[in-house]
Design a binder for this molecule. Structure first.
Ligand code: URP
Ligand code: ZN
Ligand code: ZN
Ligand code: ZN
Length: 485
């Protein structure tokens, strides 16, 4: 086991920053302070002028995922290499059983695919149908596989979508098991009808994708998911919150004491609906994802959510398809594989657009890229904090680093980047993954297979508090003297 000391930087956690050295023994942080004596032979990393932050956690990726008749182009090797190059040291991917397929089989399938991962990783499990088998397997997924989150698609009708009755069943099961339900919140029935109507009017291009999924469709589904979660006593995490309507639903729920979380994507914070008006079909189709990019006014709402704390996590939903794959949808926008990339770019872009502009403090940056999701996923402070005893997932962040994003230089295997030409100020000088140098001075050192699977226990503190409160306030039967029970 090697010792490593990071000298001369400022340690930044979500709640506090201070100048300190960080000593690492093997995979773990063992000391933080000034004037630490490093053991002989310890390797030194000079962090002068840099911030020493917990590695990023991206809780929303789709690596080597079969979807819409094809498979995402970035597998666990290249997806996690992209992550490390951008300062992200853990990803959480979605195990996706086909409707009717066993969750246990899907889990084995994802474990096999993820053996190639260069960074640490975990899984969410998707509930794509409802049956006694699903009910039973959810317990095994939580207790044996260490997965405490279940994803539900309220869109993708005829494929992954589940209805309200299925949501209720699954959310109630999550509440019982100490797990958190996640939702993709769009009204899939309405989307399907809008798609038909648009195609009937001759709108076949990528712009039709955006027209068929307006913010109202997302706002309604977000409100509905919040209501169902509340009725079942489960907390709720809303993935890819893209618009004001959905953000306001989450903010209102939180103001009412509900345990609801929202996750804007870096794409929705920075890219807008004008992309779908581009005269190049390829350009517009490369940006097709669900929910689609919104008008700029929605971006202001999402940024405000991060500032005020009504939105907690910035993710990528990294789901990368090549231009050739996107062209499956020429002539019918419903067939354009949905998804965009972003793993390598999330942290430098958020720093540039968030911290250098004064929208976010550096501590808030750490909160929304790492600590908040570590707590939501119940892996904090092992992940998400620079602390003695935590995994040495560390990014030495150089606020003066600069780069221009270009597909030619990216780790991702696709042939374009939706952020092509964006200039970033601030980036990772060094990324450590459990104490190993994974990325340094523009060079990738992590190798295929370096990543480990991270198990996540159920019953997070918020889950326990929420279920206690729900029991305390549950409606009670009225005892009556004139009726024998
Ligand atoms: O368009 C998207 N978001 N593709 C990935 C699957 C999903 O809905 O998250
Ligand atoms: Zn301190
Ligand atoms: Zn989704
Ligand atoms: Zn997704």
């Amino acid at each position: 086991m090697t010792n490593l000391i990071i000298r001369g930087g400022t340690v930044v956690n979500h709640d506090h920053s201070h100048p300190a050295d960080v000593l690492i023994d093997g995979e773990t942080i063992v000391a933080i302070g000034t004037a630490i004596d490093a053991p002989t032979g310890a390797q030194t990393i000079d962090a002068g002028g840099c911030y020493v932050m917990p590695g990023g956690i991206d809780p929303h990726t789709h690596l080597e995922m079969p979807f819409m008749g094809t498979v995402t182009a970035d597998d666990f090797e290249w997806g996690t290499k992209a992550a490390l190059a951008g300062g992200t040291t853990m990803v959480v991917d979605f195990c996706l059983p086909d409707p009717g397929q066993s969750m246990l089989a899907a889990y084995q399938d994802w474990r096999r695919k993820s053996e190639k991962a260069a960074s640490d990783y975990g899984f969410h499990m998707a509930v794509t149908s409802w049956s006694k088998q699903v009910f039973d397997e959810m317990e095994i997924v939580v207790k044996t596989y260490g997965i405490n989150t279940f994803k539900h698609f309220m869109a993708y009708k005829g494929a992954l979508m589940v209805n309200d009755d299925e949501l209720y069943n699954s959310f109630a099961r999550c509440a019982h098991l100490g797990a958190m339900p996640l939702v993709h919140a769009e009204n899939g029935d309405v989307v399907a009808r809008m798609q038909e109507a648009l195609l009937g009017r001759g709108v076949t291009g990528p712009e039709g994708h955006a027209y068929s999924r307006p913010p109202e469709v997302e706002g309604e589904a977000t409100n509905r998911a919040i209501m169902i979660a509340d009725m079942t006593g489960a907390p709720l995490y809303v993935v890819h919150t893209s618009c004001r309507e959905a953000h306001e639903a989450i903010a209102r729920a939180r103001a009412g004491g509900k345990r609801v979380y929202g996750e804007p994507l870096i794409q929705h914070l920075l890219l807008d609906a004008g992309e779908y008006q581009n005269k190049s079909w390829n350009h517009a189709a490369q940006r097709v994802m669900s929910p689609p990019f919104r008008d700029k006014s929605h971006q202001d709402s999402l940024w405000a959510g991060l500032q005020s704390g009504s939105l907690q996590v910035v993710a990528t939903d990294h789901c990368a398809f090549t231009t050739d794959q996107k062209r499956l949808g020429v002539g019918d926008f419903r067939k354009i594989p949905n998804g965009t990339g972003g793993l390598e770019d999330r942290m430098p872009l958020l720093w540039t657009a968030g911290v250098t502009t004064g929208r976010l403090t550096k501590e808030e940056f750490v909160a929304v890229t790492s600590s908040n999701i570590a707590r939501i996923l119940n892996v904090y402070p092992r992940k998400g904090r620079i602390a003695v005893g935590s995994d040495a997932d560390v990014v030495v962040w150089d606020p003066s680093a600069s780069k221009t994003i270009s597909a030619k230089k990216q780790m991702s295997r696709i042939d374009y980047n939706v952020f092509e030409g964006f200039s970033c100020t601030g980036g990772p000088a060094v990324t450590l993954s459990r104490g190993k140098i994974a990325w340094k001075d523009g060079e990738l050192r992590a190798e295929k297979g370096d990543g480990k699977y991270v198990e996540r226990p159920p019953f997070s503190p918020v889950h326990v508090a929420n279920s206690t409160w729900k029991q305390q306030t549950a409606p009670q039967a009225v005892r009556r003297a004139d009726v024998t029970p």
